[in-house]
Design a protein around this ligand. Structure first.
Ligand code: SF4
Ligand code: SF4
Length: 380
């Protein structure tokens, strides 16, 4: 049976409020900006949902596009006085759309890949740990499990390598789930495939139990928000504490258990990943770590913290509507270029991957993940 997430009475009231509101959120929505379309705004999305829920107008092609052109950036929520939680409603709408159209293209491609290969990148499942297994301490149980995530395993092993080396230096008892880690489910949940998301989440939770770990660490903002928030929203119980790597490492820094041993002669700025910042409220640990690096200076982008602009890659938009993802990402990169920063740093492999893919060859701004910088200044 195909399960969908459901709207409750309170949600319907909020959606009614949203579709008739003063629209404080429009200017914050990156996809409204990129498409310049009145159909692609937060409130038109909510209007289409409420019309479908009340049986007035089913989701047609235009409505499906509107719902799927959302990057799940949570910027509308930041501007929204009643805090209706529209990004959650859009996810529920997508799960309803998928229940009625299980072969919806191109979204079904991601679902098929994750179902068969356990990653959305179309890479062989058995090669997931190829570039990392030699440096991971192989253990049957450990206090910490490092959940690496698809993007760091296959596309950015330099991020995973940095984290593994740093964890070794901190001497914590850790391992990674070689051969047992599957996609966290983020791209599947965002695209509305609730059944498959349940299966992935259930599998990963069983592995955490198998490794008898007490804590999970991840360097990926999408994995972090998915495991911490979405697994519970899917009705599953996670018995472990989970931290983003920046939270874990900043705690050690505050307790003076680690300290930088090199400077970095670069002007650095930080891009808040939407799923670490707005969705999970983690703003300070990455900044604390960057500010603790001696050298030139840390400067904020014009739009930062709660107001940070999205990179454009989230919510399946990079896969489904790559042109929109590109224009949103370029606007964000231009903020860094205007400030002449040497490095734009994020705390999510997906942001790094997207910025690197769309950056102009002539740009002088280096794109890095925060874990690479931390490895550079903290490793012996
Ligand atoms: S998301 Fe919030 S601010 Fe935007 S239209 Fe709906 S209620 Fe209004
Ligand atoms: S989550 Fe982001 S892209 Fe989606 S409607 Fe809200 S502001 Fe727009």
């Amino acid at each position: 049976m195909i399960e969908t997430k459901k709207f409750d009475k309170n949600m319907i009231t909020l959606l009614e409020m949203c579709s008739t509101c003063m629209k404080m959120c429009k200017d914050q929505c990156p996809t409204a900006w990129a498409t310049k379309s009145e159909r692609i705004t937060p409130y038109t999305r909510s209007l289409m949902i409420i019309l479908n829920e009340k049986g007035i107008k089913e989701y047609d092609q235009a409505a499906i596009e509107a719902e799927y052109k959302c990057t799940a950036c949570w910027a509308c929520e930041e501007a929204c006085l009643p805090k209706v939680g529209l990004p959650n409603m859009i996810e529920i709408a997508r799960s309803d759309i998928i229940a009625k159209n299980p072969d919806l293209k191109p979204m079904n491609e991601i679902a098929n890949r994750v179902e068969t290969l356990h990653n959305p990148l179309n890479e062989p499942a058995e090669e997931r740990f190829n570039r990392l297994k030699n440096i991971i301490p192989e253990k049957k149980k450990a206090e910490y499990v490092y959940f690496i995530g698809c993007m760091a395993c296959y596309r950015h092993p330099e991020i995973a390598t940095s984290i593994i080396k740093l964890l070794k230096q901190t001497e914590v008892d850790f391992t990674a789930m070689i051969g047992d880690e599957w996609c966290c489910g983020s791209p599947i949940i965002r695209n509305g495939f609730t059944n498959l998301a349940q299966k992935l989440a259930q599998h990963n939770i069983e592995q955490f139990e198998k490794f008898k770990c007490k804590k999970i660490i991840t360097g990926c903002s999408a994995c972090y928000s998915t495991i911490k928030k979405d697994y519970a929203e899917l009705g599953l119980t996670l018995n472990q504490e989970i931290q983003h790597f920046t939270e874990f490492f900043d705690e050690l820094r505050i307790k003076n258990k680690i300290s930088p041993n090199k400077n970095l002669d670069k002007i650095i700025s930080y891009h808040d990943p939407c799923h670490l910042g707005r969705r999970m409220g983690v703003y300070d640990p990455p900044r604390n770590l960057l500010k603790a690096i001696g050298g030139k200076k840390f400067i904020e982008l014009q739009f930062n913290r709660e107001k940070a602009r999205c990179c454009g890659a989230g919510g399946g938009v990079k896969y489904n509507y790559s042109d929109i993802a590109k224009s949103i990402g370029i606007r964000r990169l231009e903020e860094a270029q205007l400030l002449n920063v040497d490095m734009l740093v994020s705390a999510c492999p997906l942001c790094k991957n997207h910025f690197m893919a769309i950056q102009n060859d002539k740009s002088k701004t280096e794109i890095k993940d925060i874990t690479e910088l931390i490895a550079y200044v903290y490793l012996d």
